[in-house]
Write a protein that binds this ligand. Sequence first.
Ligand SMILES: [Zn+2]
Length: 108
Amino acid sequence: MKIEQHPRMRDIDVGDEVYSYQYNLFARVEEVFPAAVCVKVGKLSLQRHLDLLIDPQLWRADDIENLSVCRYCGSRHELHVEYGTGIPFRVCSQCLSTPPRRRMPPVS
Ligand SMILES: [Zn+2]
């Protein structure tokens, strides 16, 4: 069986910070698979006493956003944090000066 790599997985490395739209959680990538990442999520448990459990989970590529690369071009150089969305997306200097969707013709 041939496993196709999800396009989003090309830019993801172990140690990258990812955000899950499904769980509204942030986590660090432990392992990379063709269409998913393995992350470890800290969870508070109150079963007998308060405990912090480390829960390994698989997050599908469709549900995550890699916060360690530029969200527009995937670059890892000169990254800035983009505020205003509640999610700390990163944007590189080049995309910051010319946002792809907001590029306007010069005003004369
Ligand atoms: Zn960029």
